[in-house]
Design a protein. Structure first.
Length: 84
């Protein structure tokens, strides 16, 4: 890999880091599956991953552009969620 290729990789990574967003949250572990299904049903607004099922911690992968819409939808879901 030459310098020009490395520079292109850095540009792509900096572009992606400006767009990608990871939200950490905690909720009752019995509601994690419901959150996953609801977010999955919204299309491509985000992806939910369980990071600690005992503590009910999840990670929501989304973008800075999609997060406002996804956050609004999550607020209206029939689940209690705490963003950490």
């Amino acid at each position: 890999m030459n310098f020009s290729d490395m520079q292109k990789d850095l540009q792509v990574n900096s572009i992606n880091s400006d767009i990608d967003l990871i939200i950490k949250a905690r909720m009752d572990r019995s509601e994690i599956q419901m959150l996953c299904k609801l977010v999955e049903g919204l299309g491509h607004l985000g992806v939910v991953t369980t990071t600690d099922k005992v503590l009910g911690e999840v990670m929501i992968q989304t973008t800075k552009h999609c997060w406002p819409d996804l956050k609004q939808v999550i607020a209206h879901m029939p689940i209690e969620i705490e963003f950490i």
